[in-house]
Design a protein around this ligand. Structure first.
Ligand SMILES: Cc1cc2nc3c(=O)[nH]c(=O)nc-3n(C[C@H](O)[C@H](O)[C@H](O)COP(=O)(O)O)c2cc1C
Ligand code: SF4
Length: 455
């Protein structure tokens, strides 16, 4: 295990006044990574990223160097590098500050990534609501063009790289990389069937890589400092520093940088500890779609492998902390309503299942739940997980199955009292009773319905 705890690595310029300006950025080692990358062969840059062990910071943790090595170079078609700056997962706010405070870091990463992949065109796909980040990136791109770091002759090297900022419309599903590509092409953002993968058939059917903001912004640091610098933090399987957003019942919720491997207990302390009068009850390691974990797992090191061992995922770097005063059913209901709303509708399990799950959770939370609802929730989740077209459907089930596993008694208490025991939601008796059981139809199980009022 390398160094753990709070670090200042990728965020070290955040506090430098005016670093969003290219002059100030360059006074603080800005574009030194690009200068060094221009002296390297593209394959050497990719090898360096592989050696560093950098794992994608967008959610799945796929090794970035390996992903870049899959991008087809011999098709005769252009290669594209696309930055996923959609950041729509509830609780997630680690990419936005990077783009707002230090936008040139991402621009530099895009150019270095372009050199590594022999790409002459990059795109930043930015979540629509990020108006300020959009202005900061647009200014940084303009300055980089004016200085000759973007365009036909990058730093006088004779190499071309153009960069386009695409402001999206703000749909969570457009963070899924193939939906993002469809959206970027001007279509409705819905996931594509894979294979073929974007590495061979991505944007406009050409070889493409889609990477998270933090993954791309890390690359100039690797070029400047080397793979060992990156590996001084974290573990063999999860090296490096990590940007995280800590939210919930802590004294100082906010954006932090920690070494991977730092235990969650220490992350809570870094955020000032639990708010006065609050005890930790549960936490989400990386956004609302990662299975929530109970307080007993507080000493888990924040790594891909340790969180996976606990049955969850590192996800998007959104550490969400919930106290003993929070109703887990209400929290899970809110998450589920989000996924129901954001389901793109392409596949039935997610489109219909999200609606049913919300209805059932809502009636439990508002006091109209029934005993069989708990098995019904499990049953519907089982019919969504692994049967949906993309990971949004799977993610929708995570908070429900994890909360039923760790806080089953709390669901039962809602049923027993006929109301939310925390008083979070006032009892209601007018929630339509939609799904009350399930039956076999062919080789599938479908819910049975009962009209409102007959329950
Ligand atoms: C519903 C959904 C939303 C996603 N949203 C984002 C996002 O906002 N940002 C992101 O980087 N990855 C997001 N992802 C993951 C991307 O599909 C993709 O794995 C990631 O951009 C790859 O980057 P990385 O290799 O650098 O981690 C999302 C995935 C799903 C299924
Ligand atoms: S799982 Fe949901 S978001 Fe993904 S394709 Fe199916 S309906 Fe769309």
């Amino acid at each position: 295990m390398g160094i753990t705890g709070q670090v200042t690595a990728m965020s070290y310029r955040y506090d430098v006044p005016g670093v969003d300006d290219i002059d100030v950025y360059e006074q603080h080692d800005g574009y030194e990574g690009l200068r060094a990358a221009l002296t390297m062969e593209p394959t050497d840059i990719i090898q360096l990223v592989k050696d560093s062990g950098l794992r994608g910071r967008g959610g799945a943790g796929f090794p970035t160097g390996l992903k870049w090595s899959f991008v087809a170079q011999d098709t005769g078609k252009p290669v594209y590098i696309v930055c996923n700056a959609d950041e729509g997962e509830p609780g997630t706010f680690k990419d936005r500050p990077l783009m707002e405070y230090d936008p040139h870091q991402l621009i530099e990463g895009m150019i270095v990534g372009g050199l590594a992949l022999n790409s002459v065109q990059g795109y930043i796909y930015l979540r629509g609501e990020f108006a300020f980040a959009g202005r900061q990136l647009a200014k940084a791109i303009r300055q980089a063009y004016e200085r000759g770091y973007l365009g036909a002759d990058v730093m006088g090297s004779g190499k071309r790289f153009d960069l386009t900022l695409h402001r999206a419309a703000g749909a969570y599903i457009c963070g899924e990389e193939t939906a993002l590509l469809d959206s970027l092409e001007g279509r409705r953002g819905q996931p594509r069937l894979r294979p073929p993968f974007p590495a061979t058939h991505g944007l406009y059917g050409c070889p493409t890589t889609v990477n998270n903001v933090e993954s791309i912004a890390a690359v100039p640091f690797l070029v400047r400092h080397g793979a060992d610098w990156f590996r001084q933090w974290g573990t063999e399987k999860s090296p490096g520093p990590k940007l995280i957003g800590v939210s919930g019942n802590v004294v100082n919720p906010g954006n932090y940088e920690v070494a991977l491997g730092t235990p969650i207990r220490e992350i809570v302390d870094i955020a000032g500890g639990m708010a006065e009068g609050h005890e930790l009850k549960f936490w989400c390691p990386g956004g609302s779609s990662t299975p929530l974990l109970p307080a007993a797992a507080i000493d888990t090191p924040y790594t891909f492998e340790d969180i996976a061992e606990q049955g969850s995922m590192l996800g998007t770097g959104a550490v969400m902390i919930y106290s003993d005063q929070v109703c887990v059913v209400d929290t899970v209901l809110r998450f589920t309503e989000f996924y129901e709303h954001e389901s793109c509708g392409k596949c039935t399990p997610c489109r219909e299942g999200g609606y049913w799950l919300s209805q059932i959770l809502r009636r439990i939370e508002t006091g109209s739940g029934r005993e069989e609802d708990l098995t019904l929730l499990e049953d519907i989740c089982g019919n969504i997980l692994g049967r949906s077209f993309c990971a949004l459907g799977d993610g929708m089930t995570s908070p429900i199955t994890a909360s039923l596993k760790h806080f089953h008694d709390e669901y039962v208490e809602h049923l027993r009292q006929g109301r939310c025991p925390f008083g979070t939601t006032a009892p209601r008796r007018d929630i339509p009773m939609l799904a009350v059981g399930s039956r076999d139809v062919g080789n599938a199980q479908v819910p049975t319905f009962e009209p409102a009022g007959q329950a």
